[in-house]
Design a binder for this molecule. Structure first.
Ligand SMILES: [Zn+2]
Length: 234
């Protein structure tokens, strides 16, 4: 995903975080307005709140477009806590009007949380604005717990590898993906307890040679075993 950098005018100097590691949290917000765009919010924060411009560090539209607001400069989203919180604003009124977040906006939110956590390892908390201030923000219909859970999830190397395996069949990816797949099957050379008796009978009838009882069989192996069984009249 990409982050758009809108060409906006700031009414004062942005204050960069002196040390990114002073950031320990991400705060999530809604706009408490059903249609306001990034530019509308920027205008409101500039001319009504008399701030230097939009208070959020990043902002996400219904269609999943991510806008850079203050970026890694001190925000104004969470009163009294802006020196240690990055704020992400979401288009919509999730308290009264918008009852379901569009998939594109949700996925952009999860992506941005993971992206920021990768850049700033000191981030340990992701929460709604209401954790720090007396407010309903980000609203009762905001998928808060689900977004936090998905945003905080660690991707296991195996999951990433299998994902790539599905998306892109390069020889290296296929090979590594198959390694993971096969190594996840443990075969100690003995059949499972429930299959023990019949597997032994099949071996005695020479339908199978009895090796690798718990591994996957190819179609040719299955065909040969079926043919052997049929020819033995069992
Ligand atoms: Zn808020």
């Amino acid at each position: 995903m990409e982050i758009m950098k809108p060409d906006i005018k700031w009414e004062g100097k942005l204050q960069p975080f002196k040390n990114l590691l002073q950031i320990d949290s991400i705060g999530l917000h809604h706009m408490a307005h059903p249609t306001w765009t990034f530019e509308d919010v920027h205008r409101f924060h500039t001319f009504t709140n008399n701030w230097i411009g939009i208070g959020y560090n990043w902002w996400i539209a219904f269609d999943g477009t991510i806008y850079m607001g203050r970026g890694f400069n001190k925000g104004a989203g969470v009163g009294g806590h802006n020196s240690h919180i990055l704020s992400i604003g979401f288009q919509g009124d999730y308290e009264n009007v918008n009852k379901e977040m569009p998939k594109a906006q949700y996925e952009a939110g999860v992506w941005l949380i993971r992206y920021l956590r990768n850049l700033v390892p000191s981030i340990k908390t992701v929460a709604g604005h209401k954790k720090w201030n007396a407010t309903a923000c980000p609203g009762k219909y905001f998928p808060l717990q689900k977004m936090i859970k998905d945003g905080m999830k660690e991707e296991k190397e195996e999951e990433v590898m299998l994902q790539k395996f599905i998306e892109k069949y390069t020889p290296e990816v296929v090979e590594k993906g198959l390694d993971i797949l096969f190594s996840s099957i443990s075969d100690d050379g003995l059949p499972s307890e429930w299959a023990e008796k019949e597997f032994k009978e099949a071996k005695d009838l020479e339908i199978t040679d009895g090796t690798n009882p718990e591994m996957l069989a190819t179609r040719q192996e299955v065909a040969i075993m079926v043919k052997r069984a049929v020819s033995k009249n069992v």
